[in-house]
Design a binder for this molecule. Structure first.
Ligand code: ADP
Ligand code: MG
Length: 255
């Protein structure tokens, strides 16, 4: 039997912005080797949920555990060092740096700076060798070896999204949160990204926020539907697809 492990557990997560509950009592588990897709119309609270899991936003109530440890209220940097990697809905790269330098900087950010070691990697065991090896592995996993010398800003849209994933992988996460990695892609770029996500699924616990339903049904082991900050369904993809409430609230419409 294959052992399945919960890498991330969210319990009762709620986020209020003034009077609006952008995320309301959301609980979910992310398992090693599985992809958990989160879908829902614009404004449903998907990005806010991602921000609560990554520490980019503190929850109004509820908890997040990563690898069994309560990380609620931790800074995003500390949560990242504890094994959570994320990409953002908006592209988040340094356009005037090469692809390689972007990935290497991300690999470097994993090292913890200290007052005696302000630039982090310099005094660490392995130092630059470790950082470069980590960057090299991430570049290769994301399929960008041949593009290392290209300026990030000159890469195609699809390559820029691959680069963001490479930058996330460079921190060697156990949990990967991806917010609409297929947004704005053509069919060929989307296919390539789906192939990459399938590959990454084997070694990570993943959460994917995505509008592309073909991609969601090709990739997801578990599917959560959010509407107005609330989970209206959470089950195996086939069961969610057959759910008439979901049909009415979301899947039947063209978003
Ligand atoms: P989704 O990613 O599903 O499209 P979001 O999580 O971005 O939805 O937004 C959910 C709701 O929370 C929306 O009504 C949005 O306007 C609101 N919201 C998101 N971020 C903030 C914020 N920083 N301040 C106030 N309201 C916000
Ligand atoms: Mg969003």
């Amino acid at each position: 039997m294959i052992e399945r492990t919960v890498r991330l557990r969210a319990q009762g997560l709620t986020k209020r912005f003034g009077g609006l509950a952008a995320v309301s009592e959301v609980s979910l588990d992310l398992w090693h080797g599985q992809l958990h897709a989160v879908i829902g119309p614009n404004g449903a609270g998907k990005s806010t949920l991602t921000n609560l899991l990554s520490g980019d936003l503190p929850p109004s109530s509820g908890t997040v555990h990563v690898e069994g440890l309560d990380v609620t209220g931790w800074s995003p940097e500390r949560i990242s060092r504890h094994g959570l990697g994320r990409s953002y809905q908006k592209t988040n790269i340094f356009p005037t740096f090469t692809v390689w330098d972007n990935v290497r900087l991300a690999a470097q950010s994993r090292e913890q700076p200290s007052p005696f070691n302000p630039i982090g990697w310099w005094g660490q065991a392995g130092g630059m060798g470790t950082v470069n090896a980590r960057a090299e592995r991430a570049l290769e996993m994301a399929g960008l070896q041949d593009r290392r010398q290209a300026l990030a800003g000159a890469a195609s849209h699809g390559e820029q999204r691959q680069l963001e994933i490479a930058m996330t992988l460079a921190t060697e996460p156990v949990v990967l949160l991806l917010d609409e990695p297929l947004a704005g892609m053509g069919a060929m770029e989307a296919d390539r990204m789906i192939g990459l996500l399938l590959k990454l699924k084997k070694d990570h616990a993943m959460m994917l926020v995505e509008h592309d339903m073909d991609a969601v049904f090709a990739l997801a082991d578990h599917l959560t539907v959010m509407v107005n900050g609330q989970v209206i369904a959470s089950d195996k993809p086939a069961a969610v697809r057959a759910d008439s409430n979901v049909q009415a609230a979301y899947l039947g419409e063209d978003h």
